[in-house]
Design a protein around this ligand. Structure first.
Ligand code: ATP
Ligand code: MG
Length: 469
């Protein structure tokens, strides 16, 4: 069974032998080198599907080998063998372009998973394997750079921290990294670290055994087990409470998890991609986030540029969104009037792409014609002056609560202590009025809309926003 060729570079004969035996058992043909010079020669002789290198070598070091390979044979994954507990070496190797790291003594399970993932890279490059259509749209230079970086990042197993403001596409970026990498056929498990109640977090992350606490009626797998073979996406990582930060660090180091009430440490194999809209480095300085965990999850940072730094993308994104919206709502494809185009290209989008989508959705819902005018967009003035009481309470509720609901932080309005109360209040008024009208019209939406003095589209939009069925 020829699964491919592997190259091992280590000056210790014992390690070479152990790796050779293990890799042969996995069906690989193994070539071994004791020095950088030998490895260089072997690398020139044929194509390898996977390489391993030690850190210290008699005539150089592993980094030189990684650099050589990524320069001359960028398709070949190179894994670094590091000393146990040497996080710094592992992080450095990954930053230099290593595919992954294994620590000595080599855990056979970890090694097997690594080989499995690495060999999938070859299958992926095989002719005929289609690349998924990019999720992140935009022709701006900044966006092209992001996409190119993602292609590179996707190949490695290095933990990535995606940073950027609210609504810039951090989750889309995480999904792209997963889909374009060797774990694409495995699960993508998104976890919103800010949304799980602290007391449930451990059980949600690690799972539990029957009877381990009141209410644990059966065995339950956690998110970490669910992500096995795939990618664990830790969204809003800054919200992870301190005790979970410690536990996550352990999982990263040991690559095993133990369910609550369970005895065994079970091996797990997933790639970690995290995201935050906060300045995590700053939280490390203030002590709110552990330095050691930050170091491990932030091996490579991917910064998603805000929309106002790539204005060229606004129109394209807007049009693609309208293309999508029209069939969904069974309406004619709305067009953007020139005045709307001008207004959009001047606007700053503090809530980024999500805000753009919300603005368009609202404009389509509230305008009657097929052309969206600047006045339909209801853009907040850039100066940030906001009238304390909105002129049209229904519209104001629509604007702010919808944005706040779809994102952790209000996208448009600066947070104010009274805002949430007002929003909830307006929402409840709206809900009451709509429910009443629907009841009076025997749930005929067209009639209810008429009664409320709004268009059918506007009613449908509000029903969706308020979650009324
Ligand atoms: N480049 C892009 N191309 C197409 N759609 C995009 C792009 N960027 C963002 N979007 C869309 O914008 C919305 C917000 O994206 P996403 O949820 O990935 O942002 P986020 O950075 O995770 O936001 P938050 O910080 O609020 O969680 C989604 O509907 C997404 O589809
Ligand atoms: Mg998000």
């Amino acid at each position: 069974m020829d699964k491919g060729h592997a190259l091992i570079l280590d000056d210790e004969a014992d390690i070479r032998e152990l790796l050779s035996i293990t890799l042969s058992r996995l069906g690989l043909q193994v070539h071994a080198a004791a020095t950088l010079a030998e490895a260089r020669q072997l690398a020139g002789a044929r194509v390898y599907d996977l390489c391993f290198t030690d850190m210290r070598l008699p005539d150089g070091n592993g980094h030189e080998f990684i650099e050589l390979m990524s320069r001359q044979y960028p398709e070949t994954p190179v894994a670094m063998i590091t000393a146990y507990g040497n996080a710094e070496a592992a992080v450095q190797a990954l930053r230099a372009g290593a595919f992954d790291c294994v620590s000595k003594p080599v855990d056979l399970n970890v090694l097997r998973n690594l080989v499995k993932t690495a060999l999938k890279l070859r299958a992926e490059r095989a002719p005929g394997s289609a690349q998924p259509e990019p999720r992140l749209l935009g022709d701006s230079e900044a966006m092209q750079r992001v996409r190119a970086t993602i292609v590179k990042l996707a190949r490695s197993q290095a933990p990535v921290l995606i940073s950027g403001e609210s609504g810039v596409g951090k989750e889309l970026a995480a999904r792209s990294i997963h889909e374009q990498g060797p774990r694409a056929s495995g699960p993508f498990v998104p976890v919103n670290c800010g949304a799980i109640p602290t007391e449930l977090m451990e059980s949600e992350f690690f799972g539990h055994k029957k009877g381990s606490f009141t209410g644990a009626h059966g065995d339950k797998d956690g998110l970490m087990q669910a992500a096995h073979g795939g990618t664990l996406f830790l969204d809003e990582i800054a919200e992870l409470p301190p005790h979970m930060q410690v536990k996550l660090l352990r999982v990263i180091q040991e690559k095993t998890v133990r369910a609550i009430g369970g005895r065994a440490e079970l091996p797990v194999d997933f790639r970690i991609v995290s995201a935050t809209h906060k300045d995590l480095a700053r939280l490390v300085e203030t002590g709110a986030f552990r330095q050691d965990l930050f170091y491990r999850i932030n091996v490579i940072e991917l910064r998603m540029p805000p929309l106002r730094e790539r204005r060229d993308d606004v129109l394209l994104l807007a049009n693609r969104y309208l293309d999508r919206l029209a069939p969904e709502w069974s309406i004619n494809r709305p067009k953007l009037g020139q005045d709307a185009i001008d207004a959009l290209s001047r606007y700053d989008f503090p809530g980024n792409v999500r805000e753009l989508e919300n603005i368009l959705e609202r404009a389509v819902a509230l305008s009657d014609g097929d052309v969206i005018r600047a006045s339909d967009l209801h853009l907040t003035p850039r100066t940030g002056q906001q009238s304390a009481v909105p002129a049209d309470p229904m519209l104001a509720g629509t604007m702010t609560s919808h944005l706040a609901a779809s994102s952790g932080t209000p996208a448009v309005a600066p947070p104010s202590p009274h805002r949430d109360g007002l929003e909830t209040y307006i929402d409840s008024l709206e809900r009451e009025a709509i429910t009443k009208a629907l009841e009076e019209c025997r749930y005929n939406k067209t009639a209810a809309a008429k009664k409320l003095g709004i268009t059918f589209r506007a009613l449908r939009y509000r029903l969706k926003k308020l979650g009324i069925d």
